[in-house]
Design a protein around this ligand. Structure first.
Ligand code: ADP
Length: 466
């Protein structure tokens, strides 16, 4: 790709190069044409020395020259300026032979035009001076009578100059074509390298072109795309990891009750001469374990149902304050039975929210069950409902053992528990908070663990009001 583009540029610049040579030839032709035009129209050429010279210099009429900004001087054989009218660039009345020669030889380089004519009979030089307006000194003079050697040398010099000029142009065209091609091929190459890295699975690949043109736009789009792919891949990896962990946790959690059921059932079948009390004890273990397995499967089913695209809530406009008050009242028997203290602070006014009442009550019931399950008797359970920024905020807190801060986010993931051994005793499935959070999110709100530095744990449910 690089070579093709470079060659394309080289071809383009070759065309430009040829056109430049053509343009140069044309420019020379134009210059000599302009030179001719200028010399025909300038004042100095309308009043040459030959037009006003007289044998007796005293009869010379310099008025037209002087009126047009020029000057006339007459220098005699002794180099005395015997006549002067108008512009005078000699500036002296008497010159030495040397000074007069210098004046004649240097007159070409001065910003004046001198027309100098010698009158052999009158024995004087007539000098007509005009200030130069624009001088174009370009002219190609060819004289057949010139010495052959001169002609050859001049020919070589001109050929050398023209060839050098053409070579210089060709070199510039080549260098410029390479630079221009590089300004495209280098960023393209970098973008290609980045794309190749992406294709090979390096999603951290980014391109840094340090440009401000369209390539920079392409670079930003490429980098955005790479960042998005990287993010998606990391999400996919994470969800794959979560799925693997979930299956492992499910099998681990189901294995214990199922093995226990199997063991006790076999014992009942094989062991003879058991007392009725022994039989009942074994049956109770089987019942408890099957209940535990059943609860785990029910909650798992509920969780996966909420993840499915068909899941929807049956939302009804409800007074969330009134409804929360009602749920709290239903919690009182449980709290009293378990020896817990309680405190409810629910806003008196009516606050409307779209609620699936059955599911919403599950959130608070799960939190209450956890508070009772994981905290000692005498723990204070408090429910407070306020409205902040068009959201009903329900703080469900206890002053019990609390949840470590580093688990604040992960505690809502399935099967995450603070202490696994504690759970086998309490019978928790590790899914309660995940289900509660999903219900809150399905309502457009959230369930979070507040790290407020207070003793115990505070869960915050937010539900948008209408
Ligand atoms: P589980 O069914 O095990 O209760 P949850 O998802 O409801 O699962 O809770 C996850 C873990 O969070 C629990 O195992 C427990 O360790 C901890 N936890 C939840 N609520 C409380 C609380 N109020 N006080 C102390 N620990 C709690």
């Amino acid at each position: 790709m690089k070579r093709k583009l470079s060659n394309q540029f080289l071809r383009n610049f070759l065309v430009i190069f040829l056109l430049t040579i053509l343009a140069t030839v044309f420019a020379f032709a134009l210059l000599s044409f302009a030179s001719g035009l200028i010399s025909g129209s300038l004042t100095k050429n309308r009043y040459p020395a030959s037009a006003i010279i007289k044998e007796d210099y005293r009869q010379i009429d310099a008025s037209a020259v002087v009126q047009n900004g020029g000057g006339v001087q007459v220098v005699d054989r002794e180099y005395r300026v015997v006549y002067s009218s108008g512009l005078d660039t000699i500036g002296k009345d008497k010159l030495t032979a040397e000074e007069f020669t210098t004046f004649l030889t240097e007159s070409k380089s001065k910003p004046y035009h001198y027309d100098i004519l010698y009158h052999p009979k009158g024995e004087f030089w007539l000098i007509v001076t005009f200030p130069t307006s624009i001088r174009l000194d370009f002219s190609l003079v060819y004289n057949k009578e010139a010495a052959t050697g001169d002609f050859m040398r001049a020919g070589w010099a001109i050929t050398f100059a023209v060839l050098s000029y053409i070579l210089m142009l060709a070199l510039f065209a080549f260098i410029y074509s390479r630079i221009t091609a590089a300004s495209i091929t280098v960023p393209l190459q970098k973008l290609c390298d980045g794309t190749r890295l992406l294709r090979e699975g390096d999603y951290s690949a980014r391109v840094d072109l340090r440009l401000k043109n369209e390539f920079a736009e392409l670079q930003n789009t490429f980098n955005d795309m790479a960042a998005r792919i990287e993010h998606e891949i990391s999400l996919r990896k994470k969800s794959e990891e979560d799925r693997r962990r979930l299956i492992l946790d499910i099998s681990h959690d189901l294995k214990n009750p199922m093995s226990s059921i199997q063991g006790y059932a076999e014992l009942l079948m094989k062991k003879t001469g058991m007392t009725e009390q022994e039989c009942n004890e074994h049956l109770e273990v089987i019942l408890n374990n099957s209940k535990r397995a059943n609860q785990l499967l029910t909650e798992l089913f509920e969780l996966s149902q909420m993840d499915s695209p068909e899941f929807s809530l049956k939302l009804v406009r409800t007074d969330i304050c009134e409804y929360t008050r009602q749920i709290c009242c239903e919690l009182v028997p449980l709290l009293e039975r378990e020896g817990f203290k309680y405190e409810f602070d629910i806003l008196e006014e009516s606050v409307l929210a779209m609620l699936d009442t059955d599911r919403f009550s599950r959130i608070i019931q799960n939190l209450a069950n956890n508070a009772v399950r994981y905290n000692p008797k005498g723990t204070l359970v408090a429910v407070k409902l306020t409205v902040q920024n068009n959201q009903a905020v329900i703080d469900f807190s206890d002053d019990g053992i609390g949840i470590p801060a580093h688990l604040a986010d992960n505690i809502f993931k399935p099967f995450v528990r603070v202490d696994d051994s504690r759970n086998s005793k309490t019978g928790g499935s590790g899914l309660g908070l995940s289900i509660a959070k999903k219900i809150a999110e399905a309502h457009g709100g959230d369930l979070t663990l507040c790290l407020n530095g207070k003793k115990g744990s505070t869960f915050r449910i937010t539900i948008p009001t209408t």
